[in-house]
Ligand binder design. Structure first.
Ligand code: GDP
Ligand code: IMO
Ligand code: MG
Length: 423
């Protein structure tokens, strides 16, 4: 059996959590492969809304095992809060939730370092979620990190102390005013580690290889979005992991030859939270309407998301890098009743028309060129079949399919599990 992937094609918050939940009934294993509690994946069903951070979005289905892969960074404190949130749902997470020994641990001082680094950057800050993601991946690639498997060994606390001491020196180096009480943070951290240790730590790459041999179906769940990829995103305004398809191979230990379908998910418009360039951003009442109707506030930080038109140049780029085989369009319902819709099909870059994403997409170099569409009037949220779609929505979808040369297989028309239309 192949491993299928689901990835965000924009700057995150495309609706990955919702779709993973919808697809989970077709899979035996759901596996997160990168990122950490900077993610906020929202699921809605039976009138309940739930936001997951590190735990894969298949957790509400009885038949699926949920795996946190080696590429993920785990904050035990946030993780325990997530477990507490699941308690009311009567989920047997000791059986259904397993963690790679090779996943790295976010320490309290990683969070402090994130804050110190952002503060020292001033106006040039990344707009990080301040969950310690960057500093933890830095320690991973710097070969100083502490991994889940270390918790099974006697010596990890010495390693912890040495690393935390070093972090405190680095915090001082940033020379910014960060108030903290480390002993208090550590008490919470060590308590959370004890709780974490109740779960199964496994050699997840071996587990996944055996699962495949035994015919189990696997869905890899991405976090963030392709434009936040450390290599291919809008650097330096990105996250610190490979959010693109290749990240699933390194973040789970599956080979490129084992990848099957690549589900690419995008909003019918674009949003971004945090700093960095965003060519199609709208600073007018249209953008404000997208934000209001789409409830565009970050699931993790509550920050307002910046909104703008769909950027097809960027979308083509991310489809290509990921090898997307099927598309899913989210939040079309939000656009109902807009006067006109625009889609960016090219950029004017230093006086020339281009149709690829250049190295520098800062606004001073680049103006988006748009195709314009009539918008649908109808409320989509109660629709259950594509045969009822208004003509204008079909035109919008068909234009995107033609340009991207990839079929749009799912159109989501609301946050609930049931508001999902297969084409
Ligand atoms: P993720 O990080 O990719 O999982 O996405 P988030 O959960 O951060 O953000 C997506 C938001 O849009 C959540 O609040 C979802 O409940 C909501 N959502 C998902 N799909 C739809 C849709 O088709 N229509 C509307 N109106 N909301 C949606
Ligand atoms: P999901 O999985 C949207 C953004 C932050 C910031 C940048 C770096 O819910 O789609 P970091 O905390 O990683 O140092 O932040 O990346 N960011 C996200 N934006 N959705 C996310 O995750 C994000 N995770 C990080 O806002 O601009
Ligand atoms: Mg999110």
């Amino acid at each position: 059996m192949a491993v299928d992937l689901l990835l965000g094609l924009q700057w995150g918050d495309e609706g990955k959590g919702k779709i993973v939940d919808v697809l989970t009934s077709n899979y035996d294993i759901i596996a997160r492969f990168q990122g950490g509690p900077n993610a906020g994946h929202t699921l809605e069903f039976d009138g309940i809304k739930h936001v997951l951070r590190t735990i894969p979005s298949g957790i509400f289905h009885d038949q699926a095992v949920n795996l946190i892969g080696n590429g993920v960074v785990i904050d035990p404190v946030v993780f325990v809060q997530e477990l507490d949130g699941l308690d009311q749902f009567d989920i047997d997470y000791k059986k259904k939730l397993i963690i790679s020994r090779k996943a790295h641990i976010i320490l309290p001082t990683h969070r402090l370092l994130d804050a110190a680094s952002e503060t020292s950057k001033g106006k040039a800050k990344i707009g990080s979620t301040l969950k310690g993601i960057g500093p933890t991946y830095m320690d991973k690639t710097g070969r100083n990190g502490i991994r889940i498997g270390d918790l099974e060994m006697g010596t990890w606390k010495t390693k912890y102390r040495n690393l935390a001491n070093k972090h405190e020196e680095l915090i001082k180096f940033h020379d910014v005013d960060i108030q903290y009480n480390l002993p208090e943070m550590e008490e919470e951290f060590f308590k959370a580690i004890d709780r974490l240790k109740e779960l199964s730590f496994i050699d997840s790459e071996e587990y996944l290889q055996q699962a495949q041999k035994n015919g189990k179906s696997i869905l890899a769940e991405g976090a963030q979005g392709s434009l936040l990829d450390i290599d291919f995103g809008t650097y330096p305004f990105v996250t610190s992991s490979n959010t693109t398809a290749a990240g699933a191979c390194t973040g789970l230990g599956v080979s490129p030859r084992q990848i099957g379908e690549v589900y690419g998910i995008f909003k019918a418009y674009t949003t971004r939270v945090g700093s960095g360039p965003f060519p199609t951003e709208l600073f007018n009442e249209i953008g404000a309407k997208m934000a209001k109707v789409g409830h565009e506030f970050g699931a993790v930080t509550g920050r307002p998301r910046r909104c703008g038109w769909l950027d097809l140049v960027a979308l083509k780029y991310t489809c290509q890098i990921n090898g997307v085989t099927q598309l899913m369009m989210m939040k079309g319902d939000v656009l109902s009743g807009f006067d006109k819709l625009k889609v960016c099909t090219a950029y004017k870059y230093k006086g020339e028309k281009i149709t690829h994403l250049p190295y520098n997409i800062e606004p001073e170099n680049l103006t988006p060129l748009y195709a314009e569409f009539d918008c649908w009037e109808e409320d989509l949220t109660a629709m259950t079949t594509a045969s009822k779609f208004p003509k204008e929505l079909n035109e919008y979808i068909e234009f995107l399919e033609k340009e991207l040369e990839i079929p749009i297989k799912i159109v989501s028309v609301g946050p609930d599990r049931t508001q999902t239309i297969h084409r």
